[in-house]
Design a protein around this ligand. Structure first.
Ligand SMILES: [Ca+2]
Length: 209
C-alpha cells in the first residue's frame, strides 16, 4: 500500500496553454511535446462506455488519428460529448500490456470547450474483479482499474479559451504497465451546456522498458 502511494505521488501533470497567436495548427508547447501520429494509441481500439458523443463530432477516432484541428473552433476535428450532458467515458485498448511513459491530451477552443477535466485509469485486465466497461455509476477503482491522474486545467480566473497540451508523466519514467486506459471526462462548467471539451488528440507514449 505504501509503495502504491509513493508511486502515485511521483506522477506529475504538466499543463501548457497557448493563447492568441501562440496557438497554431502545429500545437507547439513550451514543455508538452506536439501531437504524434505514431504513438502507441495510433492503432488502438476505442470504445464508448458511457455518455453520448455530440452529433457534430466525428467520434472517438478523432483522438488517435494523428490529425489535429487547423483552427480553434473545428468540431469535425475533435471528440466531444453532447451539449448539455455531463460528459462521457471511453476506453482505449492498446492490444497488449505495454510500459507507458506519458499520456498526452490536446484541446483547442475559443471558449468553454478548451479546458480539460478528466480522470484517467489504467488496467492490465488481470484483476479478477476487472470490469472492462464500468458504467458511469461504478467507480473504476473498485472494478480492477488504477487511477493514474485527475486532470483539471480550468483556469482560476480570466478567459476560458485557448489551446491546451497536457502531459501525464512519472518521475521514474514509467506511469505503469497497462493494456487498457479508461477516460472519464466531465463538462468543465456545470451551468454551461457548451462546456464539454474539444479533445483534438490523445497520445500514449511507450516507455523504453
Ligand atoms: Ca496520436
Amino acid at each position: 500500500m505504501i509503495l502504491a502511494t509513493l508511486l502515485l505521488a511521483a506522477t506529475t501533470i504538466v499543463v501548457d496553454r497557448n493563447m492568441g497567436d501562440a496557438a497554431t495548427p502545429q500545437f507547439r508547447f513550451e514543455r508538452v511535446p506536439p501531437p504524434s501520429r505514431d504513438d502507441a494509441a495510433a492503432a488502438a481500439k476505442l470504445d464508448l462506455i458511457a455518455g453520448r458523443i455530440d452529433a457534430n463530432s466525428p467520434g472517438l477516432a478523432a483522438i488517435t488519428d494523428g490529425r489535429v484541428p487547423a483552427d480553434w473552433d473545428e468540431p469535425q476535428s475533435n471528440l466531444f460529448f453532447a451539449a448539455g450532458t455531463w460528459g462521457g467515458r471511453f476506453r482505449i485498448d492498446l492490444g497488449s500490456v505495454i510500459p507507458i511513459a506519458q499520456i498526452n491530451s490536446y484541446s483547442w477552443h475559443p471558449d468553454s470547450r478548451a479546458a480539460q477535466l478528466y480522470k484517467v485509469y489504467g488496467s492490465d485486465g488481470a484483476d479478477p474483479k476487472f470490469d472492462a466497461a464500468p458504467g458511469s455509476k461504478i467507480d473504476p477503482a473498485t472494478a480492477g482499474w488504477t487511477l493514474i491522474a485527475f486532470v483539471d486545467t480550468r483556469p482560476a480566473e480570466g478567459e476560458s479559451g485557448g489551446q491546451y497540451g497536457v502531459s501525464i508523466r512519472d518521475s521514474a519514467g514509467l506511469l505503469g504497465r497497462y493494456r487498457y486506459l479508461l477516460f472519464d471526462c466531465f463538462e468543465t462548467e456545470g451551468d454551461n451546456d457548451w462546456s464539454n471539451t474539444f479533445f483534438s488528440e490523445i497520445d500514449v507514449l511507450r516507455a523504453p522498458r
